[in-house]
Design a protein around this ligand. Structure first.
Ligand SMILES: Nc1nc2c(ncn2[C@@H]2O[C@H](COP(=O)(O)OP(=O)(O)OP(=O)(O)O)[C@@H](O)[C@H]2O)c(=O)[nH]1
Length: 533
């Protein structure tokens, strides 16, 4: 239950981390988008100011200048003389011409006489009919006396022209004629083109009243198809660009400014670079860290599983190269080492260095899991008490150590144990009596040759066909008892068939025939009764 709760909190933590990363990304994108919108709106405001500037510094003064000049010329006119058909020109025209912002022809058309006075002097080289000229309509048009006419082709040159006109009236209010101040469209175009040279935008100049296109500055900057006039959202502006309109009745000229989409790309890139990119990087980094952490967790899980399954940390250490597993494996290796050392200490007899009673009990118990033949040999040093009494306990210890060494050497690869004070045991899968007795004789022989005094042991041997039989120890113990009974320094063998033999009356075994097989020569069966037997 506890583990489950822990796990849940880990997953919640994981989900929180992922959510906060996604949130960071979304906030980053949102902030980026807001920043972009602000930038786009800021750009729009800036360019609106540009339109205002163009109008305030050039177009409005141009209009005002021409209208003022026409008003002054009218004021200085000798209208009665003009009405009589005399020329309208006087000294003021010259000065007015020179004071104009864009010098071009000044005209007066006398409506009554159909006479045209121009400054500077101009004589048409073909028949000229004022009544079919575009400016003529200003005489008849509705609205105020001051108007802007055009664009139209100039009579001689064919150039595009604009004309500021002013209807001149008699004292009784009747129209006397029309004053005209020409402005070549090219001049307006050049001026505006110069001012927009490095700005990267396109501009259209339109007639305020008719909406007619007067000139287009940097037309290549306008979109090939469609325009940004309907682009309202930032997204549309980024795709189609933006069109800004400026209408001014005073200058009689309207402006249409087009900001190409490319103009906003710099802002987009700036926003991406400064806001979105760091957030995306942060998001990527969080995800990468999480992925790495998950990979490490998984690898550690696999590692722990392998360690629990009993794989050697040393081998795992060679196979894995990641830093985190190295640490874990080193610790596991140390633990296993300590565990092995503890286990060894736990199962080893400190005096003789061979396996102890605990190891014996464990091994004997483990043999009960397999159905195989098993032989148990129990050995007891004869009259060991006397050794202790006679030579002292230390000497007794030396004898025990010597017995254990001989036992181990002779009985290898079978396992030897010290299971009591002067009691030893051997467990082996060997069931052939001849082989077993051969080992016994070699052991006895070696012990007798021990210095300073020979040692004899009594041995009880029991063999069973099926190690799952639980009475093996009792049978071997009974055999040992019989050996002691028979005067020590000898062995008693209880075969898998239940026959008893001892060293006093050994059977003749066909080496290496089975212990279970009958002896070749008729044995003298041991008929003495074991304790409890
Ligand atoms: N030196 C020494 N003596 C021990 C040790 N453990 C037990 N003994 C002695 O071993 C002796 C065992 O004697 P027993 O097996 O009862 O008798 P025994 O003298 O060997 O006579 P039998 O077994 O009948 O031949 C006792 O005197 C114990 O004190 C030990 O670790 N070191």
């Amino acid at each position: 239950m506890k583990i489950r709760q822990d796990r849940r909190s880990y997953y919640i933590f994981l989900l929180l981390t992922i959510s906060s990363s996604v949130l960071t990304l979304l906030i980053g994108i949102g902030m980026g988008w807001l920043n972009l919108q602000n930038t786009i709106e800021g750009r729009g405001r800036d360019f609106h100011k540009l339109l205002l500037t163009l109008d305030s510094l050039y177009l409005s003064p141009l209009s005002h200048n021409n209208q003022t000049i026409l008003a002054i010329i009218e004021e200085q006119m000798d209208k009665p003389a003009i009405a009589r058909g005399e020329p309208a020109l006087n000294a003021v025209w010259n000065a007015a011409y020179r004071l104009r912002a864009e010098p071009a022809y000044l005209f007066f058309y006398n409506m009554a006489t159909n006479r045209l006075d121009t400054y500077p002097h101009w004589a048409p080289n073909e028949p000229y009919n004022p009544k079919v000229r575009p400016w003529y309509q200003a005489l008849l048009a509705e609205g105020g006396d001051s108007q802007l006419i055009g664009p139209y082709r100039e009579f001689n040159s064919g150039d595009w022209m604009l004309s500021y006109t002013r209807r001149v009236r008699n004292h009784d209010g009747a129209i006397l004629g029309l004053l005209i101040a020409d402005i070549p469209v090219d001049r307006i175009h050049e001026r505006l083109q110069q001012s927009l040279k490095d700005v990267g935008v396109g501009l259209r100049v339109l007639h305020h009243q008719t909406g007619e296109l007067i000139t287009e500055i940097y037309p290549e900057r306008f979109p090939p198809s469609g325009d940004g006039s309907h682009a309202s959202s930032s997204w549309q502006i980024l795709h189609h660009g933006q069109q800004l309109n400026y209408r001014n009745g005073e200058s009689l000229l309207d402006l249409q400014l087009y900001l190409p989409a490319s103009l906003f790309m710099e802002s987009v890139l700036g926003t991406l670079r400064l806001i979105v990119l760091p957030m995306v990087l942060l998001f990527g980094l969080s995800l990468a860290s999480l992925t790495v952490l998950i990979l490490i967790f998984r690898a550690e899980q696999r590692l722990v599983a392998k360690l629990l399954a009993g794989e050697d940390p040393e081998v795992l250490h060679q196979r894995l190269s990641t830093w985190f597993s190295r640490d874990v494996l080193a610790r596991a290796h140390l633990l296993r080492h300590e565990q092995m050392a503890n286990r060894e200490a736990l199962l080893t007899d400190p005096l003789t260095g061979i396996l102890n009673r605990r190891a014996f009990d464990l091994d004997l118990a483990s043999t009960r899991n397999q159905a195989s033949a098993l032989t148990l040999m129990l050995l007891d040093v004869d009259r060991f008490k006397e050794v202790n009494d006679q030579f002292g306990h230390q000497e007794g210890d030396r004898v025990l150590i010597a017995v254990a060494r001989q036992l181990r050497e002779v009985m290898q690869p079978a396992l030897s144990y010290r299971i009591g004070g002067d009691e030893f045991a051997v467990l082996t899968a060997e069931r052939r009596a001849a082989v077993l007795l051969d080992s016994v004789q070699r052991l006895q022989h070696a012990l007798r040759r021990l210095t300073p005094g020979s040692v004899t042991v009594s041995i009880g041997i029991a063999t069973v066909d099926d190690s799952r039989d639980s009475g093996l120890f009792e049978l071997a113990d009974a055999s040992l008892y019989r050996s002691k009974q028979h005067g020590r320094d000898g062995w008693t063998l209880r075969t898998a068939h239940g026959d008893w033999f001892n060293s006093g009356s050994p059977p003749v075994f066909n080496v290496p025939s089975e212990t279970g097989s009958r002896p070749a020569a008729a044995p003298k069966a041991d008929t003495s009764t074991p304790p409890g037997g």
